[in-house]
Write a new protein. Structure first.
Length: 318
């Protein structure tokens, strides 16, 4: 039995708790939130206990914590959990800045606990399928990749940056930044959006001569998260927030669309949970580590800096 402490009981916690509760061998033991009322509501639903974080971490039955609180709290909670010897699953972005992120990764390594960052598209079957096609060169070599997103650089942009890096490898430079921030009110699909986190567009140059285009926009009408990958012998498009994948192959000088592939779309969060259970039970490596979280955040910081100085910024992968 893997016993879990959930830290943060807001919107995303309700989604994670629902998925965790359906998995055999996983038990939600504690709910921690600054609001006792909010924590109690979630705890009652899943037969868990409301607790302070310190008391929960003292319980030897707890194997792991799931950090679903606001980003600025991640570093403190991760440090406490790591020093208590609890494995950590944390929402993205990993921390407020790369300085904090680096300290958290080091703290987890020193205390020999696993750190997983919820870059959820890495567990999405359509993106996994695209990765397999890339690795097998089924459509030739990648020429360019375009990622389009809405709802802020740190909210949805971090997912796009991470999945582009997952598919294409390290980014070596960033340039051509454009910022969009004029929006009134919150987006229906993102309670975290604010004018303090505008969307950015940028040119990303990968170290294997792949050109990447990051296109960010701000609007309230619909969620946009899609990838368009061009190869020497074809094309892969992933649209509708990852729910549909289209394939084209080179044919007599033109691209011909291939029949739909039958890819079972399991819950991405369920895939992530099962993957993390394997990490704990069998010692396997996570597809989205603390270092991956650091790298995505590093690119975000480089984009922000490039916007300020209007210059190309170098990026490196540790």
């Amino acid at each position: 039995m893997i016993n879990i402490c959930i830290i943060g009981a807001g919107r995303i916690a309700k989604i994670h708790a629902k998925n965790l509760s359906t998995i055999s061998g996983v038990n939600i033991l504690y709910i921690v939130d600054k609001s006792i009322e909010v924590a109690t509501e979630l705890a009652i639903k899943y037969n868990a206990k409301v607790s302070s974080l310190n008391d929960a971490l003292k319980d030897p039955l707890i194997n792991a914590v799931v950090i679903l609180s606001p980003t600025h709290t991640h570093a403190d909670y991760m440090e406490l959990a790591a020093k208590a010897g609890k494995h950590i699953f944390c929402e993205k972005p990993i921390a407020k800045n790369t300085t904090q992120a680096k300290e958290m990764i080091q703290c987890c390594e020193e205390n020999q606990v696993k750190l997983v960052i919820n870059h959820s598209r890495r567990w999405h079957n359509n993106f996994i399928y695209a990765k397999k096609q890339i690795d097998s060169a089924a459509f030739g070599k990648i020429v360019s990749i375009t990622g389009r997103y809405t709802s802020g650089l740190r909210v949805m942009g971090t997912h796009m940056i991470d999945i582009m890096s997952f598919l294409c490898g390290p980014v070596i430079s960033i340039s051509g930044v454009k910022k969009e921030k004029e929006i009134k009110g919150k987006l229906k699909y993102s309670e975290n959006f604010s004018n303090n986190d505008p969307s950015y567009s940028a040119l990303l140059n990968f170290n294997n001569n792949i050109v990447g285009f990051l296109e960010g926009s701000c609007h309230k009408k619909y969620l946009l998260f899609e990838l368009d990958i061009h190869f020497t012998d074809g094309r892969i498009s992933i649209i509708n927030n990852g729910q549909k994948i289209d394939l084209w192959r080179h044919n007599k000088g033109l691209l011909s669309q291939l029949p739909d592939v039958n890819i079972k779309l399991n819950s991405t969060i369920m895939n992530a949970v099962n993957s993390n259970i394997d990490c704990l039970e069998f010692g396997t490596e996570t597809p989205s580590s603390g270092k991956d979280g650091f790298y995505a955040l590093e690119i975000i910081e480089k984009i922000l800096r490039s916007d300020l100085i209007h210059n190309k910024e170098k990026v490196w992968k540790n």
